[in-house]
Write a protein that binds this ligand. Structure first.
Ligand code: XCC
Ligand code: SF4
Length: 627
């Protein structure tokens, strides 16, 4: 029997509570991501190295240096092929985040135009503050300011922007460096589109130039598209504040109509939440025999609702299939990104309704509701009604929810962090200077069935906090940290003396949940604030980023914008670049001399913890602080 068809007890590739449901899926003959990975193994080594190209039909070409096949038909060698492939990979991720951000800009525009009643501005103070920051009028009515801000940020998506609105947040030295390197992003859409152009056959044939443009693409995401996503989501749905919630499969309730929201954007999930609270719907649920309606989150839209509303998180990326296997999910309402196509089939093996809501993310075999700002509230009502109907068809004998939920704290927006510190970042800077907090690492998202689920996230976080390194977490890593108890102030007992002391005095956990994938923009902004306060560049700060279990193009874009912003980034799995020693060297070391940060690939989270600790010690000493 191969590794992936083993029972949970025989195999250790997944988180503890997952195993129980994997066994159930086995008994019910249902296929999961781990099974499909096994069928795909061994995976194509040439692709894994980044050495296959199908960008034109003179190909497809496989570049095999040393085998007298060292160039494609057009003459592209290994370095060029790897650079082109990686460039498009990053562009895919940047496009995803930025298009999500655009949807928020559009909702803000509709609020300004008065064409939606479903959405309002919940954080007027932030609306006016951001408007003033980006140079549009912050005076007048809310709708006027909303319209002006949407117009200004909308401009950043096109080619004729006067410079991305949020660029002044970046420390001056870093901006000068970007200008010198010609990687200052010029437009949120422009950079990924230019990447598609440059990587067409016969355009940019210089691997270095392509890598620099990859950095520009990523920066357009981090300081552009993702930042729009975060800031406007806060304006429309409220800026997160510390809030108590729960996490894991146990948040799915046996006696409730369970609706899971899945995807990334809060635009749909917030409406589902509103519709589920409608007394008419709750009565309908009771009439159907349930105690009520329970909304829980998956992946990043789950993180959005968790941050702002304290809505519990049912699971992360690799738990999404298993939530259906509990047999207690009436509906999955999906927007876009990271939604495994397998969920549609799997939901058909149960009574679960799979509801797609975005015209750009169609799922054959699902129910489609064409959400727009103008009809969102009405369609959300329809989705909830479908879930209530589905409850009547639930087979209670197939219901199996193996665990009790774990308590967590969420909601650490930068505003909330600064407010917890008494209104200024100074106490944080003092804590860093004194060494109580030696540094900070952002651990971001994703699971990947190639690595043991959650192990990388949790192990690395524990390695860091015990060394007095504060951890900020986003995306799918959140569920893992929560289950391990690291998102509660009590988790501080696993931290070193200094960090534990800070956690105790502020009543905060040693791992702070700061949001979804796009909310990594909060982390770079916080770094910029600290760098400016210290009169230095981001690359001088004792900080790093890490994606121990990453899988997605978006994660590559995040990693690269972190690096290009001066933040060294650990990856638990290498990107598909190893076919070019030149590009590999550039990514893992050469970039240090260019942007003051580089990628660090280390599969073992314990080793990674030690290496990040060493990096942080070095940065501290360079700042004249104790190691
Ligand atoms: Fe997707 Fe964002 Fe990754 Fe989770 S963490 S698997 S990208 S949902 Ni951002
Ligand atoms: Fe082959 Fe070049 Fe065409 Fe790629 S672009 S498929 S390497 S000929």
């Amino acid at each position: 029997m191969s590794e992936f068809h083993k029972t949970a007890a025989e195999c250790s590739m997944w988180a503890d509570e997952a195993g129980h449901l994997i066994d159930k899926a086995r008994r019910e003959n249902l296929e999961l991501a781990w099974d499909r990975l096994e069928k795909q193994t061994p995976q194509c080594n040439i692709c894994e190295m980044g050495l296959s190209c199908s960008k034109c039909i003179m190909g497809p070409c496989r570049i095999i240096p040393g085998l007298d096949r060292d160039k494609g038909v057009c003459g592209a060698d290994a370095a060029l092929t790897v650079a082109r492939n990686f460039g498009r990979f990053v562009a895919g991720g940047a496009a995803a985040h930025s298009d999500h951000g655009r949807d928020l800009v559009e909702v803000l525009h509709e609020i300004g135009a008065g064409t939606t009643s479903a959405y309002q501005v919940r954080d007027e103070e932030k609306l006016r503050r951001i408007a003033a920051e980006v140079g549009v009028s912050s005076e007048g009515g809310v709708t006027e300011v909303a319209a002006a801000l949407a117009a200004r940020l909308g401009e950043d998506y096109g080619s004729f922007s006067r410079g991305l609105a949020f660029l002044p947040r970046v420390p001056q030295v870093r901006r000068e460096l970007w200008d010198k390197l010609k990687i200052t992003p010029r437009g949120i859409d422009r950079e990924p589109v230019e990447m598609l152009h440059r990587t067409h056959m016969g355009v940019d044939c210089d691997p270095v130039s392509l890598c620099l443009h990859s950095a520009r693409v990523a920066l357009a995401d981090g300081w552009g598209g993702s930042m729009c996503g975060t800031e406007i989501s806060d304006i429309i749905f409220g800026t997160p504040k510390p809030t108590a919630s729960r996490v894991n499969l146990g948040v799915i309730k046996k006696n409730m109509v369970n609706i899971l929201v899945h995807g990334h954007s809060p635009i749909v999930s917030e409406m589902i939440l509103a519709a589920a609270a409608d007394p008419i719907m709750v009565t309908a649920a009771r009439e159907a025999g349930a105690d009520g309606i329970n909304v829980a989150g998956l992946c990043c839209t789950g993180n959005e609702l968790l941050m702002r509303r304290g809505i519990p998180l049912a699971g992360n990326h690799l738990m999404t299939e298993l939530t259906i296997v509990t047999g207690a999910v009436e509906a999955i309402v999906a927007d876009y990104q990271c939604i495994m196509p397998s969920l549609v089939n799997l939901s058909q093996c149960y009574h679960t309704k799979f509801i797609a809501t975005s015209d750009k993310a169609r799922f054959p075999g699902s129910t489609f509701l064409d959400f727009k700002p103008s009809n969102a509230r009405e369609l959300a009502g329809q989705a909830v009604a479908m879930a209530v109907e589905a409850y009547k068809k639930r087979d209670q004998s197939r219901v199996d929810i193996p665990v009790e939920p774990v308590e967590i704290t969420s909601g650490f927006s930068n505003e909330a962090i600064v407010s917890a510190l008494g209104g200024t970042p100074t106490p944080l800077i003092e804590a860093i200077k004194s060494g109580a907090i030696r540094g900070a690492v952002g651990i971001v998202g994703c699971n990947n069935p190639k690595v043991k689920q959650d192990y990388g996230h949790v192990t690395l976080a524990k390695e860091l906090i015990k060394r007095d390194i504060l951890v900020l977490v986003t995306g799918c890593a959140t569920g893992a940290m929560g289950k391990a108890g690291l998102l509660m102030p009590e988790g501080a007992h696993l931290a070193g003396e200094g960090l534990a002391g800070v956690c105790r005095s502020l009543g905060i956990p040693p791992v702070l949940h700061v949001g979804s994938c796009v909310d990594n923009s909060r982390i770079i902004q916080l770094c910029a604030v600290l760098a400016k306060a210290l009169g230095t560049d981001i690359s001088a700060l004792p900080v790093a980023a890490s994606a121990p279990e990453w899988y997605s193009e978006k994660a590559a874009a995040i990693g690269l914008y972190a690096v290009a912003s001066g933040i060294t980034t650990h990856l638990g799995l290498p990107p598909m670049i190893l076919g070019s020693p030149f590009i590999t060297e550039l990514a893992t070391s050469g970039l240090n001399g260019v942007v003051g940060a580089a990628f660090m690939v280390e599969p073992d989270p314990i080793q990674a913890g030690a290496k990040l600790d060493e990096l942080i010690s070095g940065k501290r000493q360079a700042l004249g602080l104790t190691a």
